[in-house]
Each structure stands twice: as C-alpha cells, then as structure tokens.
Ligand binder design. Structure first.
Ligand SMILES: CC(C)(COP(=O)(O)OP(=O)(O)OC[C@H]1O[C@@H](n2cnc3c(N)ncnc32)[C@H](O)[C@@H]1OP(=O)(O)O)[C@@H](O)C(=O)NCCC(=O)NCCS
Length: 217
C-alpha cells in the first residue's frame, strides 16, 4: 500500500444535513458522539473525517464498511482492528481535515496559520523551539513547531501524556521523522519513522467526498 496524505478543505455552502444519508455508515456510538457537538461545523468535520477514513480503508484493503472496527490505544489513538499493517491518523481544524494512511505508524496534525501565540510557545515549546520562532518572526514558524510537536505525539500515540516541552522538533532524530507542507493557508505536519513511500498530500475538494462515499454505501 502506498502512503498518502489527504487534505480536504470544507465548502461552507455544504451543510451537515447534506450528509444525512451517510450517517448509517458509522456505528451508533460514533453517530451519537458527533450529534452532541454544539456547532454544525464540528459535526461536519468529525463526520467527514470518519467517513473518509472508512472509504480509504475499504478502497485500500478491499474491505466492506461493515467489516471495519476501530479500537483505541489507552491514550485514545484509534487503530483498525485486525489489520496491524494498516496505520492512519486524522487531524481536523476549522474548515479542513488532514488524513494520513501508511504501512507504518503515522501522526498527522493540521492547523490554520493565524497569529502566533507567544504565551503558548513560552509555556509548551522547548528552548530551541522558542528561539526558532523568535528568530524567524513570521506566524507560520510558530505553526510549524506546533504541528510538528502534535504530529510527533500523535505518531507516538501517547498524545499529551508526553510533556510538550520534553522534546525538540528543530533538530536531531525527531526532526528526521517529520515532514511539513503548507497548503491554502494551512500547515500539515506528518511524523513517521520510515521514509514516506508514496504520494505527498493529495488535495480534495469537499464536493468529491460524496462521490467517494457513494462507493461504500
Ligand atoms: C488529542 C490530541 C492527540 C490531538 O488533539 P487535537 O490537536 O486537538 O486534534 P486533532 O484534530 O489534530 O486530532 C484529533 C484526532 O486524533 C486522533 N487521536 C486521538 N488521540 C490520539 C492519540 N493519543 N494519538 C494519536 N492520535 C490520536 C483521533 O482520531 C482524533 O479524532 P477524533 O477526536 O475525531 O476522534 C492531543 O494531542 C491534544 O489534545 N492536543 C492539543 C494540545 C495543544 O493545545 N497543543 C498546543 C501546543 S503544541
């Protein structure tokens, strides 16, 4: 299987309700979780990400959607039950989703580039990382460090139980596992121990999502 990163930017004209026919592709528990989000945009982000990873699994592993069961590690990282050779990771931020699939453990994080928040940097970044963003003053450098740190802890799978200031993404062995792309004002960072063997960042319009989902209905 080829490693791939997918970037989906949501189209504000498409409503959460437009996906009603696809809800039943998800287990009831997941449908209820999504339903509880206060804002439709969060419902839509979570719904599309969950449906699209199911489509990717069906397509790559020749499975039927009903055969897909996700479990979570003790820190909440989801994995596909019964297919230890298939790895994925999902990230969403307002209006965009990034999904990575790979034959090796993977961590993905996406953020929209906004104003850098030095309070966050001082609190969570290592001293080298802080120096990096203070030297390179553009906001994107802050989001580069942020997404790389998140991609690393998501690759590891222990999430925030790893103290964020306990490792450095500006050099050394961790930096070698990281890749980054900037796309339409978003930064996506990906962490993987192996060389990434495949397509680097496939961009999809939201309009093509239902076309994909039709195939797993
Ligand atoms: C939960 C966490 C793993 C990612 O959270 P996040 O960045 O808010 O959210 P993302 O959209 O990137 O990722 C969420 C997805 O990651 C996956 N995930 C959850 N726990 C995970 C873990 N331990 N490891 C890897 N992936 C995990 C799930 O698929 C989840 O999607 P879901 O919520 O729809 O089930 C955690 O790192 C976190 O809370 N981070 C925010 C910390 C922060 O404020 N950092 C700023 C300074 S660097």
């Amino acid at each position: 299987m080829q490693d791939k990163i997918y970037f989906i930017e949501l189209n504000e004209d498409k409503k959460y309700e437009d996906y009603k026919q696809y809800h039943s592709l998800l287990p009831l528990e997941k449908q209820q979780k999504i339903h509880k989000f206060r804002y439709d945009i969060d419902k839509k982000l979570s719904l599309i990400a969950d449906l699209f990873i199911r489509f990717l699994i069906c397509q790559n592993l020749k499975l039927n959607n009903k055969e897909i069961t996700f479990e979570k590690n003790p820190f909440g990282k989801p994995y596909l039950l019964g297919n230890p050779e298939f790895h994925f990771n999902i990230s969403h931020t307002r209006n965009a989703i990034a999904i990575g699939i790979s034959g090796n453990p993977i961590g993905v994080d996406i953020e929209k580039i906004k104003c850098a928040d030095l309070k966050i940097a001082k609190r969570f970044f290592s001293s080298n990382e802080l120096e990096y963003i203070l030297t390179n003053k553009e906001d994107s450098f802050f989001y580069e460090i942020w997404t790389k740190k998140e991609a690393y802890i998501k690759w590891d799978g222990r999430g925030l139980s790893i103290p964020l200031d306990s490792f450095d993404v500006t050099g050394g062995p961790i930096d070698k596992m990281l890749r980054m792309v900037t796309i339409h004002g978003y930064i996506i960072s990906v962490c993987s121990r192996q060389d990434f063997n495949g397509a680097w960042c496939m961009e999809l319009a939201e309009d093509s999502v239902p076309v994909c989902l039709q195939k797993i209905l």
